[in-house]
Design a protein around this ligand. Structure first.
Ligand code: ADE
Length: 224
């Protein structure tokens, strides 16, 4: 998979995408991630990327030209399965979308800023609009990191234990069961007996039951 991210704050994206599992995925050539600095596509002495909005109103709008130049250049080089715009008014991200995007070959992600991008960018290039939740961030970069992380960890061979992503919360509309590690007892708090039993069928049943109870309590909407 290849992911191209367009941003006015490329440094904000670098560290989260170069640590831990994201780093390993790139080192193992499971994904190539490129960050493009939008300012490099801006014209004029001031390399302007935003301007006041037509019709008046507070807040700057990201200009169409630098974004169009950047996206058009990338589009000339390869075919993109999706060109995603990170925005609070997009479709709320969920596991199903992550699963589906993890099967694509080339993704492009545009990070918005200020009041957002000129609507014509969306009309011209964007194929998918994603929000990471009902709150407003100061830019799309952190949302893009969340999206990329959630996709890349699903690529085959990225996680050590191939099956572990399958047992994540949300994969089957259930939240994950509780987990425990050594010691068996800490300050009178004991690990549930069944997990020490060695009976894997019983352990699976218990985990499923715990998932159900946990989901019922925290997110009954997932069971509807
Ligand atoms: N940009 C600003 N807020 C956002 C959000 N909630 N999700 C994605 N991108 C955003």
């Amino acid at each position: 998979m290849r992911i191209d991210i367009i941003s006015v704050l490329p440094d904000l994206l670098k560290s989260p995408l170069q640590e831990s599992i994201m780093k390993r995925a790139q080192d193992k050539n499971k994904v190539e991630i490129y960050v493009h600095n939008l300012r490099e596509f801006a014209k004029g002495k001031h390399k302007q990327v935003d301007d006041t909005q037509y019709g008046g109103g507070a807040g700057m709008v990201m200009m169409i030209e630098p974004i169009d130049l950047c996206i058009s250049q990338l589009k000339q080089e390869r075919r993109y399965d999706e060109i995603i715009y990170m925005t609070p008014d997009g479709d709320t991200l969920n596991q199903k979308t992550c699963n589906s995007l993890s099967l694509k070959k080339n993704l492009m992600i545009l990070c918005g800023h200020y009041k957002g991008v000129d609507q014509r960018v969306r009309d011209l290039h964007i194929t998918k609009e994603i929000s990471i939740g009902d709150y407003v961030l100061s830019g799309g970069e952190l949302g893009a990191c969340v999206l990329v992380d959630a996709i890349v960890r699903l690529l085959p061979g990225v996680l050590n234990d191939e099956t572990s992503a399958l047992y994540d919360s949300f994969q089957d509309n259930l939240l994950a069961p509780p987990v425990y590690t050594r010691p068996e007892e800490y300050k009178n708090l004991k690990v549930p007996e069944v997990l020490l039993s060695g009976n894997f069928a019983k352990i699976e049943d218990w985990r499923h039951e715990m998932s159900l109870q946990h989901t019922q309590k925290r997110r009954p909407d997932l069971l509807e």
